[in-house]
Design a binder for this molecule. Structure first.
Ligand SMILES: [Mg+2]
Length: 286
């Protein structure tokens, strides 16, 4: 009798355990560690990211009005040579993570433990899954309503132009009407990933009022240095930021990330991570 009771209890426990096993398995964490998790989470889900972008584009409205009223104002001192005071006004915006949020691609990489490749990126661009950065559509429409030509200088390639322009039109970004305002990388032989030649191309015919970007290279070609060298560039150009250069926060990728390992993409991910660790300036713990 006793044995029978125990036997039944054991059987009931075994059945209970078996029933619980799938639930236990489902509860086991499966997320792989990824150096970009928090950055992408912030960029894609946080109210703070949206609030930062809205603030930047709200400031831009005021700066645009100031720049329009001051004919000596230019945002591109390196490229705006000659008499520019009476040229028609223009602004220049980067595309990725300045007007279009690409976090679905970054999130896809985190989930799949992968990183950027031209092939997966091109497939993503063609899927047209970006989200407009908060404030960007309203601001660019405001600029266009003031007679300001809105240029996009992007390192998306010429074959990625069609889906990108389609997507931007759908969001309501002004796309230049009869002027080609979408300047992609390599569209002309001297248009490399550094954007200075494209800024100079625009500056020949327009007074550049404001520039927008999520990367130092959206404002100056001196973006490829070490952490210390980039800090010097920032110090020299600090007066531009919040004035005629408007930066959008992007912690998910960019020249900030590659600076600690000197953009040496031949290094292993572990070596790159070590050099990023070494670039931190920690509290001494005392
Ligand atoms: Mg960008």
């Amino acid at each position: 009798m006793r044995n029978g009771y125990l036997g039944r209890r054991a059987l009931v426990t075994a059945i209970g355990l078996a029933a619980a096993l799938p639930a236990l398995a489902a509860d086991l964490p499966t997320a792989m560690p990824d150096d970009n998790l928090n950055a992408v989470l912030w960029d894609q889900t946080s109210v703070e990211a949206k609030a930062n972008a809205l603030g930047a584009y709200a400031l831009a409205h005021y700066r645009l009005d100031e720049a329009l009223a001051d004919k000596s104002w230019t945002a591109a001192p390196a490229e705006q040579t000659g008499a520019f005071q009476d040229l028609p006004p223009a602004i220049i915006l980067d595309v990725d993570d300045t007007v279009l949020n690409t976090s679905p691609y970054q999130a896809w990489n985190v989930i799949n433990s992968t990183s950027f490749t031209p092939d997966s990126w091109n497939k993503y661009v063609n899927a047209e899954r970006d989200v407009a950065i908060p404030g960007a559509v309203e601001f660019t429409q405001y600029a266009a309503s003031k007679g300001v030509k809105v240029f996009y200088v992007t390192n998306r390639t010429a074959d990625e132009e069609k889906p990108t322009v389609e997507e931007m039109k759908r969001f309501g970004f002004p796309m230049g009407d009869n002027v080609d305002t979408f300047l992609s990388a390599k569209e002309q032989p001297d248009w490399g990933s550094a954007k200075g030649t494209r800024r100079a191309f625009i500056a020949k015919n327009y007074r550049i009022l404001l520039m927008f970007g999520d990367n130092l290279g959206d404002f100056t070609d001196d973006y490829k240095g070490t952490v210390e060298e980039r800090d010097k560039v920032f110090e020299a150009d600090a007066a531009h930021f919040g004035h005629d250069w408007i930066a959008i926060a992007n912690p998910t990728y960019g020249s900030f990330e590659s600076a600690p390992y000197h953009s040496d993409y031949k290094l292993s991910p572990e070596q790159q991570r070590q050099m990023k660790h070494d670039a931190l300036k920690p509290w001494d713990g005392k």
